[in-house]
Design a protein around this ligand. Structure first.
Ligand code: C2E
Ligand code: CA
Ligand code: CA
Ligand code: CA
Length: 280
């Protein structure tokens, strides 16, 4: 929730604003350079089956190996990438890298491992999205069955009819679809019936409070009950403690992702986790 608030809440004036605007311009031109020079890399965060600890896949998360500033997290550059449209080529590079990894996993004997890739609104609404995804699958030799695409509720709802059509054609290709940051979009839930969604990812902000916070506990239990009756898969984001793990398991949430199971890590490090189960 803080993510959206932070982005729209600038109230700088005078020299402060100059500073802010200059900083964005710097990030923009450096980011162009980064895209052309291969400074972006993709890290992989394990996703696990909560009951067994078995690895089920990973979320692909972009990082920027900045020549002066070191490894930068998306919080430092994704908003600029979205405002400038650079998120489109950035997202394409991420998808490429993620698909290449999923092919490696398949060749290592794990065709069951999925890679989840974030799509921004700009990417999702491009007319040629489905074609582009198919081209990348073909170029990398990745299988659609190993790919999951994540969009947020607000992206899905911005143009519900268009979204339903795009999601349906991605689904026809055999790609899985997840709603990211579920519960934070303040939108009606009716779209869950209309969209061919596979998975809901319960936002970290709700997981943080369990099992102590009564509101978060109630919300998470309600989401679990709803997903079950709609036959959607569920994954809890931001699982950090054993108590959270146990609560989720006891209440019927099947999958999780979070620092308890593993932080985002370079492709090589993740690759070496593959043979063994990741257990908390
Ligand atoms: P997200 O899609 O919700 O990704 C999950 C974020 O939560 C990641 O932050 C991850 O490192 C963090 N996280 C995972 N487990 C835990 C935990 O147990 N505790 C805490 N405190 N945090 C945890 P990251 O990598 O900094 O990414 C932030 C956001 O940037 C992502 O949120 C996503 O919205 C965006 N993003 C990242 N990569 C891409 C990309 O390739 N394309 C697009 N469009 N957006 C991306
Ligand atoms: Ca995500
Ligand atoms: Ca998320
Ligand atoms: Ca989140």
């Amino acid at each position: 929730r803080a993510k959206e608030r932070g982005r729209n809440n600038y109230c700088f004036y005078g020299p402060e604003m100059d500073h802010h605007a200059r900083r964005r311009l710097t990030i923009e031109s450096e980011l162009r350079h980064a895209l052309a020079n291969g400074e972006l890399e993709v890290h992989y965060q394990p996703q696990v089956h909560l009951a067994t600890g078995a690895l089920t896949g990973a979320e692909a998360l972009v990082r920027w190996r900045h020549p002066q500033r070191g490894l930068l997290l998306p919080g430092e550059f994704i908003a600029v990438a979205e405002d400038t449209g650079l998120i489109v080529p950035l997202g394409e590079q991420v998808l490429h890298a993620a698909c290449r990894q999923s092919r490696r996993w398949r060749e290592a004997g794990r065709p069951d491992l999925k890679v989840a890739v974030n799509l921004s609104g700009l990417q999702f609404r491009r007319r040629d999205l489905v074609e582009q995804v198919c081209t990348i699958l073909a170029e990398t030799g990745a299988s659609a069955a190993q790919l999951e695409l994540e969009i947020t509720e607000s992206v899905a709802m911005a143009d519900a009819d268009g979204s339903a059509a795009t999601l349906a054609s991605l689904r026809r290709q055999g790609i899985s679809l997840a709603i990211d940051d579920f519960g934070t979009g303040y939108s009606s839930l009716s779209y869950l019936k209309r969209f061919p969604i596979d998975t809901l990812k319960i936002d970290r902000s709700f997981i943080q409070g369990i099992p102590a916070d009564g509101d978060d506990t109630a919300i998470v239990q309600a989401i679990i009950a709803m997903a079950r009756s709609l036959r959607l898969s569920l994954l809890a984001e931001g699982v950090e403690t054993r108590a959270q793990h146990e609560f989720l398991l006891a209440h019927g949430c099947s999958s999780g992702q979070g620092f308890l199971f593993g932080r985002p890590m370079p492709a090589e490090v993740f690759y070496h986790l593959i043979p063994c189960a990741v257990a908390a």
